[in-house]
Design a protein around this ligand. Structure first.
Ligand code: ADP
Length: 545
């Protein structure tokens, strides 16, 4: 017997329709590429998303055709999120930090038909457009009078001209909620990038879950600053959850330095901000030495790579800002776990609570997870045993776009996505990543967590960033070394740093050496690029070998 409730499909257009009707005057504030501040409302955004849908119709785009963006976080980009997907096309956000050859490869692989870009990326578009025959329309996300002359890009239009010529009346089409809505390519540090193809259903369910109190706790009372880019995994789904909750949204545009982000937080009464650790390091690097305070900021979600405990302590103890450590992946839309305490932990002493808060957190409903050994046997949740982390759920990838399904089957025939992360899970369900499986250091048959070694170095006042990698060793297979970049003007010697490890980890886990570098190489999503670091240190030999 079927239920007798309305079977309205979960479509992205319903999010913006809801925001327009119920939060029409809610504010969306953006720092533009031009440098000025732009403000309007969900009502304006909805009307312009409909104009964009009409513009796509006028280009003759069919359902599921791909429309790409190369853009910072801003209101026009958010209009694309709703206008492109809402009209049944696929919103393809491209990471502009990738190599131009990789970008051209991605555009061709996705067969993008329209590409909209911020003027910052004009040189990039000039470099790749001739190699992208599927793109029949290039649009600069700017006012008509800012459109560059003689750009060499055939038929280039300004976004404002393009959508301005269209009506704001449009009826969003209704279709199967499993229809593709958007796509994002992984950074592809090895081999070609692979794409996750999200659906309206996966995106809408993820938007609900992301707003829950134990997840991002978003509400109409919040002023939300997504520093995490909209060009990578949909800014952790915040644009969708924002429309669902009607929160005020504040977009930083291209200005991601500590000073600009701090000024925006203060000027717009930001209560909640989200980003990767490197961005918050820049913010703290501005706020601390200048003796500044946060007057409105209450919570910050930090994820994408391990959040150093020293950063959690700085935000919480020095600034009274709650840190929520989060873990996810492109293939997971991206949210998997978030770290908030449970009721019975509220009475625990602060140091015990801090140990929990440093973990990547608990699964949210919609994500099931387990750790397994090399033979696929499930391992215990004791907080000590580590294994390969597998996940399943309605917003987790089944098959790569034009690619293969990476899922592994369990005894019941259910498919699990192998995350490539190694983790422990404790009795309360808190997951802690020890490493990417390819970064784990195997020393004398035991595993050393590179994240643990990095976190200790990062707690040293002179260290800006640390990366731990394994080096070949004839007796132990591998031994850890730590590459560190010092804070400007700060001093610390090899011996001082190695002494700093004493008592903080088992003796055999202390790195064999410290290598000082000017900067740790970062990848396109702001994560440490250990492959590049290994290349840089290919002639390095461990002391005594
Ligand atoms: P995203 O696209 O969200 O940056 P990617 O798909 O590029 O994610 O990379 C996902 C990987 O990033 C995870 O498998 C994990 O190794 C790492 N990661 C993400 N968040 C964390 C975290 N909080 N702590 C440690 N590693 C993390």
């Amino acid at each position: 017997m079927l239920g007798l409730m309305q079977s309205q499909p979960l479509l992205i257009s319903s999010l913006i329709e809801f925001a327009e009707r119920h939060h029409g005057s809610g504010e969306i504030v953006s720092r533009r590429v031009e440098g000025d501040i732009h403000r309007y409302t969900y009502r304006d955004l909805a009307a312009r998303a409909r104009r964009l849908a009409n513009a796509l119709d006028s280009e003759g785009l069919q359902p599921s055709d791909r429309v790409a963006s190369l853009a910072w976080n801003g209101y026009r980009h958010m209009e694309m999120y709703f206008g492109v997907s809402g009209s049944g096309r696929v919103m393809h956000t491209i990471n502009p930090r990738l190599h131009p050859d990789q970008i051209a490869w991605i555009i061709n692989h996705a067969e993008d038909q329209v590409l909209c870009f911020d003027l910052t990326f004009l040189p990039l578009v000039q470099a790749v457009h001739a190699k992208c025959p599927t793109v029949k329309k290039w649009v600069a996300l700017c006012d008509a009078d800012k459109l560059p002359e003689g750009s060499g890009i055939p038929g280039l239009s300004s976004y404002e001209d393009w959508i301005g010529a269209q009506s704001s009346t449009y009826v969003w089409p209704q279709f199967d909620e499993n229809t593709a809505s958007s796509m994002c390519y992984t950074s592809g540090t090895t081999g070609h990038p692979k794409a996750a193809l999200y659906s309206h259903r996966s995106t809408t369910l993820h938007a609900y879950a992301a707003a829950l109190p134990d997840v991002m706790c978003l509400s109409a009372r919040d002023s939300v600053l997504p520093v995490v880019p909209m060009f990578h995994v949909n800014a952790w789904g915040i644009p969708y959850s924002a429309a669902l909750t009607g929160c005020k949204v504040v977009f930083p545009g291209p200005a991601l330095d500590g000073k600009s982000v701090y000024e925006l937080i203060e000027a717009e009464g930001v209560t909640y901000a989200a980003g990767v650790p490197t961005v918050w390091q820049m913010l703290l690097g501005h706020v601390k030495p200048n003796g500044l305070r946060f007057s409105s900021l209450k919570r910050t979600v930090i994820g994408g790579s391990a959040c150093p405990p020293a950063m959690i302590t700085a935000f919480q103890e020095e600034f009274g800002v709650e840190v929520l450590h989060a873990w996810g992946m492109t293939e997971m839309s991206p949210l998997g776990t978030l770290c908030t305490l449970k009721n019975h932990q509220l009475q625990w002493p602060a140091p015990e609570q801090m140990k929990v808060l440093q973990k990547q957190g608990r699964a949210l409903y919609g994500v099931d997870m387990k750790i397994v050994d090399g033979d696929g046997n499930e391992l215990p949740w004791d907080g000590k045993t580590y294994g390969d982390l597998l996940v399943r759920g309605p917003w987790i990838l089944d098959t790569y776009y034009k690619g293969e399904s990476p899922l592994v089957q369990d005894a019941q025939g259910r498919g699990w996505f192998p995350t490539g992360d190694v983790a422990t899970i404790d009795a309360d369900g808190f997951m802690q990543i020890t490493d990417r499986s390819k970064d784990v250091i195997k020393s004398g048959g035991e595993w050393i967590s590179s994240i643990d070694i990095e976190n200790i170095a990062m707690a040293h006042p002179a260290i800006a960033m640390a990366a731990c990698i394994g080096m070949p060793h004839p007796k132990w297979d591998e031994r850890p070394i730590v590459a560190v970049a010092r804070k400007p003007g700060a001093e610390v010697t090899r011996e001082e740093l190695l002494a700093f490890y004493e008592g903080k980890t088992a003796k055999w886990q202390i790195p064999d050496d410290v290598v000082f570098v000017d900067a740790i190489p970062l990848g396109a999503t702001g994560k440490m690029l250990k492959t590049r670091l290994r290349e840089q240190l290919k002639d390095y030999r461990l002391p005594g070998l």
